[in-house]
Design a binder for this molecule. Structure first.
Ligand SMILES: *[C@@H]1O[C@H](CO)[C@@H](O)[C@H](O)[C@H]1NC(C)=O
Ligand SMILES: *[C@@H]1O[C@H](CO)[C@@H](O)[C@H](O)[C@H]1NC(C)=O
Ligand SMILES: *[C@@H]1O[C@H](CO)[C@@H](O)[C@H](O)[C@H]1NC(C)=O
Ligand SMILES: *[C@@H]1O[C@H](CO)[C@@H](O)[C@H](O)[C@H]1NC(C)=O
Ligand SMILES: *[C@@H]1O[C@H](CO)[C@@H](O)[C@H](O)[C@H]1NC(C)=O
Length: 366
């Protein structure tokens, strides 16, 4: 576009045809449509109980740092954590890129006690999100021990890749069946070869609320809200990982409804503690880190802990984020005695790119 100011100040139909050409035409058209429709929001949900405040805030911070479109957080937390969440999130509100709502932990009144004690207190809250957040079309659910190493926008864009029968997306529980849990120990059906992990779960909740699910309890297909209780009753003595097992049973019977994304979107210690088995992460780096089994807080997997501490320690100032990499790399180099540390470069490959993209972005798009 030769004369950009002309192109910028005039709607596209007022532009002389010889001034700017096609790029300018699209630029002006795009700008015009943006004014009418507010940008789509990305909805992110998390369930925080017990000692998970700092970890959850670090996860939310990682989402805010790299994301482009505005974020709407839905935070389900025990009552005693609400004030602390509010204090910290309000102190970040100058960023104006996110909003949040705090909710109490709630279960259906009948059988509340039974849902509560399933696996970990509060864990099964997530099963009820499509029923509680009735107005929300799509949602990314994550565990508290997740760290985003690239914009939420990128995983959010997978929603558009769903085919007509898919309603949710998750990563496999294992890449390597020889160390898989479900295929060796489960006493219930599970999805695919090794099951799926529910720590990062992308949902089109409109579709989840509409669908009738095949099941092994009745020949009638049941809606999400009607299937959970009979499923728990039937399998409660056979399940180990609570709500994740119920999701595996559900998608075993409805495999056409699941979109499986690769392991670098939900990278766990299992992918490296006995040697690296997530090929996609080796090629492109880790996109979302999942420090399950408490590895951010003990010394068993120092590579995971180093990334967590670097993000926990950093503030929102540009310089601060940019200067996070060097000390982190030094920290990671100290972990090469572990299997995960040996491949420490994959822990920062995508992170470096995300930080670069953020600062190379022209200011008007920020
Ligand atoms: C957050 O909510 C306020 C009030 O409802 C609104 O004015 C603001 O635009 C929202 N911000 C984002 C990023 O969605
Ligand atoms: C629970 O596990 C036992 C032992 O493996 C098995 O016999 C039983 O059929 C399982 N129950 C269900 C509901 O699958
Ligand atoms: C979710 O599915 C509904 C119904 O098929 C569709 O209208 C909506 O656009 C989907 N949401 C997203 C974010 O793709
Ligand atoms: C959507 O993809 C799933 C998984 O690949 C597949 O099982 C299902 O048949 C597909 N649905 C349609 C309508 O193609
Ligand atoms: C983060 O801060 C803690 C305490 O403030 C400090 O001990 C630790 O070395 C820092 N870690 C990193 C990776 O910067």
């Amino acid at each position: 576009c030769k004369d950009f100011s002309l192109c910028y100040w005039n709607p596209y139909w007022m532009l002389p045809s010889d001034v700017c050409g096609m790029n300018c035409f699209w630029e002006a058209a795009f700008r015009y449509s943006l004014k009418i429709e507010p940008p789509e929001k990305m909805h992110l949900a998390v369930v925080a109980c017990g000692e998970r405040l700092e970890e959850t805030l670090t996860m939310l911070k990682s989402a805010i740092i790299f994301s482009i479109k505005p974020l709407q957080f839905h935070i389900f937390a025990e009552d005693q954590l609400h004030d602390s969440f509010k204090d910290r999130l309000d102190s970040w509100s100058f960023l104006q890129t996110f909003n949040y709502t705090l909710y109490p932990i709630t279960f259906p009144s009948e059988n509340a006690a039974e849902w509560k004690k399933l696996f970990k207190p509060c864990a099964s809250q997530r099963l009820f999100l499509p029923l509680i957040l009735k107005e929300v079309d799509s949602l990314l659910y994550v565990d508290t021990d997740i760290l985003f190493l690239r914009p939420v926008d990128d995983i959010w864009s997978l929603l558009k890749k769903f085919n007509s029968t898919q309603i949710a997306a998750m990563a496999p529980e294992h890449e390597e069946p020889r160390i898989g849990w479900y295929n060796r120990f489960a006493r219930h059906p599970y999805y695919g070869k090794t099951g799926v992990n529910s720590g990062v779960m992308l949902m089109n909740m409109t579709r989840m609320r509409r669908k009738y699910f095949k099941n092994d309890m009745t020949t009638v297909h049941l809606k999400w809200g009607d299937i959970l209780m009979p499923l728990l009753k039937k399998y409660k003595l056979n399940i180990t990982w609570g709500d994740q097992d119920l999701l595996n049973i559900m998608f075993f019977h409805n495999p056409e409804s699941l979109f499986v994304f690769p392991c670098q979107w939900n990278y766990r210690p299992d992918h490296c503690i006995y040697g690296s088995n997530c090929q996609e992460a080796e090629d492109e780096g880790i996109f979302i880190l999942h420090g399950n089994r408490g590895v951010y807080h003990d010394d068993k997997q120092p590579a995971f802990r180093a990334v967590y501490e670097a993000l926990r320690n950093c503030s929102f100032e540009d310089n601060n984020i940019r200067s996070l990499l060097k000390p982190l790399e030094l920290e990671l180099q100290k972990t090469v005695h572990t299997y995960c540390g040996k491949i420490y470069k994959i822990f920062i490959k995508q992170l470096m790119k995300s930080i670069r993209d953020r600062y190379d972005r022209p200011p008007k798009e920020r």
